[in-house]
Design a protein around this ligand. Sequence first.
Ligand SMILES: Nc1ncnc2c1ncn2[C@@H]1O[C@H](COP(=O)(O)OP(=O)(O)OP(=O)(O)O)[C@@H](O)[C@H]1O
Ligand SMILES: [Mg+2]
Length: 295
Amino acid sequence: MAKQIKTPDVVCRCEWSGNRANAFDVTDGTKYTSKISVGCRQKAAEGNYLIGRFTTPSGNHQWRKWEGEVSSPTPVAVDIPTDHAEVLNFIHSSYTLKPQGLVMSELKWKYLIRSAVRGKNIMMTGPAGCGKTMAAKSVVNSLDRPDFYFNLGATQDPRATLIGNVHFNNKTGTYFSESLFVKAIQTPNAVILLDELTRAHPDAWNILMTVLDYGQRYLRLDEQDGQATIRVADGVTFVATANIGNEYTATRQLDKALMDRFTIVEMDVLTDVEETGLLEYMFPHVENSLPKKCS
Ligand SMILES: Nc1ncnc2c1ncn2[C@@H]1O[C@H](COP(=O)(O)OP(=O)(O)OP(=O)(O)O)[C@@H](O)[C@H]1O
Ligand SMILES: [Mg+2]
């Protein structure tokens, strides 16, 4: 009988994610959870040992404890949420999370949720009053994740809002205090709402360029001693709203490069029927014919 091959072709580390033990290749982080039995993964996670994949003479794969060498160090990959099937299920069932008072097509809502759980930057566009801010806030509320709200149209000083301020103290002299935005981007899985992005000062856009770039994701605190570079935490999602068009005279034409950093979701204006339905939902005690006259 031919001898079994003694060296595994894949070595995995198992780690708990809630009550599931996931298995990741220690060299490249590939997920092998679905290929390994539950018991084997759980034992390896509990015993904190590595498991290797061995090929039997008949060509089958066997997973068992591996105490030999591993070619490269374990990557510290945090994937949130970890399981692909779980994410898909969540997106498919997410329409139930949409508040009844928000009128939005199922497809758009799911697209919004999908972008948020996958950590994409989302920009909601559309005419005034079409529900951009409402939809963005609803997404934030539906996901059980830390959220932060910044109205970039209302801020007078983008550097103070996005980076921080230098203050003076009688005893210690000047000191730098970080902005809430700095705290927000360091919070893993945070959903950060950037309302009225088209009304923001171009300085704000320039500061946001590196933060929103998937390849960079950092913010430099120029004002701070040592000019620290703050990394955007894993899973942070940005949701911006914007009014685009000449009629919005107090807005600025959005920088093309900044716009490219977002996935655009265009909100539709409500039709008469949708508006009547919404009014009837919001004011159920009002005589039926009145919402029809109002809309
Ligand atoms: N699709 C919608 N579903 C439910 N309510 C809506 C919708 N669109 C607008 N509304 C109503 O209109 C109000 C204004 O919406 P919202 O502030 O979200 O608009 P906006 O698109 O952010 O406008 P702006 O461009 O002026 O910021 C909401 O509070 C809500 O009552
Ligand atoms: Mg708005």
